[in-house]
Design a protein around this ligand. Sequence first.
Ligand SMILES: Cc1cc2nc3c(=O)[nH]c(=O)nc-3n(C[C@H](O)[C@H](O)[C@H](O)COP(=O)(O)OP(=O)(O)OC[C@H]3O[C@@H](n4cnc5c(N)ncnc54)[C@H](O)[C@@H]3O)c2cc1C
Length: 432
Amino acid sequence: MASVWQKEDRRILYPSLKKDLETEILVVGGGMAGVLCARKLQDAGKQVVLAEAERIGCGITARTTAVLTAQHDYLYQDMISRFGEETARAYLHGNLEAVKEFREMAKKIPCDFETVPSVQFTAEEPTRLKKEAQTVKQLGFPASFTEQLPLDIPARGAVVYPDMAQFHPLKFLVGAAEGLQIYEQSRVLDLDGTTAILEKGKIKAEKVIVATHFPFLDRRGLYFMKLYQNRSYVLALENVPRLDMTLAELEGQGLYFRSYGELLLMGGGDHRTGKQGGGLAYLRRLARQYFPGAKERYAWANQDCMSLDGLPYVGQYSPAWSGVYTATGFNAWGMTNSMVAAQLLRDLLLGKQNPLEQALRPDRTMLRKQLLINLGETAADFVIPTKKRCTHLGCALKWNPQEHSWDCPCHGSRFSESGKLLNDPAQKDADL
Ligand SMILES: Cc1cc2nc3c(=O)[nH]c(=O)nc-3n(C[C@H](O)[C@H](O)[C@H](O)COP(=O)(O)OP(=O)(O)OC[C@H]3O[C@@H](n4cnc5c(N)ncnc54)[C@H](O)[C@@H]3O)c2cc1C
């Protein structure tokens, strides 16, 4: 199921690695996070190599909806109560700076960049949403509360962030990657310290950034306990009204919308990967209800890594692994957070301070309710007697009737009917 972004074939093809190399910094993974990390470090004067298992931008970034916003659900009021006002302010300003940085870069990269307000709404009693608007104002950003929505869908209130943006993620990624030393079709199989082992060579680096969406090396960092994946579905509809803002629903039907040219992208139907949920059937039903004359042009699904506490993990991969870093757990807000991660990792690797270093460090406390849910899922799944097992940690795979795939409810790896790897953290096909 290709997304609307994948309809244009990319011009640039990078070679695959066929010999040993040495570099200052190796970035593993060429999605939005990896490419921006490589870009920021190379622009800061570092020698950087990026190794991508398939083609840059072929992973989660290819199926995003590419909204650039610092408006991340109810995160700011939650963050203040969990981490304090200083952290919430640093996260907000980090994401606002990220939107500005995308805007600056887009001046040189044709990527259909548009400045639009970002709006999140609820069909329920909006007390919590009003509080979010107040919180964000208190943190120094002019968010406002409104009862007006441009679409005829149930809503009782909305919060508006002015001057956010939307763009074409793959056009941007290809432009941002220009001039980088990239190897495609070059999967990193393992790391021996800071030397990467690939099928046809080794890359010896002083520092390594693992930006593979779900950090795939399990022996350190406990990411298999800290992350789960959430699947979400998107329709691209024509013959619909054009939106001059991005919209996302909190609670209720969990819908989100943005325009791209003549198309309206409508997302939702979310569920934990490997579980049953709304999916495309649910989304299509709502599309017929709200946009009776609409015609479906594209339909796709995608998933993102969810952390234990709503904040990404960016920093040293594990305290016991010097020189290796990661950026993951973007909680469905991986566009601006990829930029935040790239700036934070650039600062860390250059020995500079960054206001988000402590808040996003991957070894922060794991004592969160979500940890028990993740462990419960894994324990319940692991004992299921089936031969269909994931090549990541051996969990039982569940059949996904909507997408005809075998999915892991524990960590979110996915395989086609014949066992071809579709989504990480697994790195190998399964024998199904
Ligand atoms: C439906 C949906 C809509 C979304 N919409 C938005 C949005 O509007 N705004 C927003 O901010 N966020 C959004 N997100 C989240 C955002 O798209 C992601 O967080 C982001 O694209 C993740 O980028 P990434 O670089 O971490 O991962 P990826 O793009 O998956 O990149 C990882 C790369 O690593 C490579 N790789 C894996 N293993 C190896 C290996 N061993 N060696 C070498 N390479 C390897 C993969 O091939 C892949 O190319 C959305 C998510 C979903 C699910």
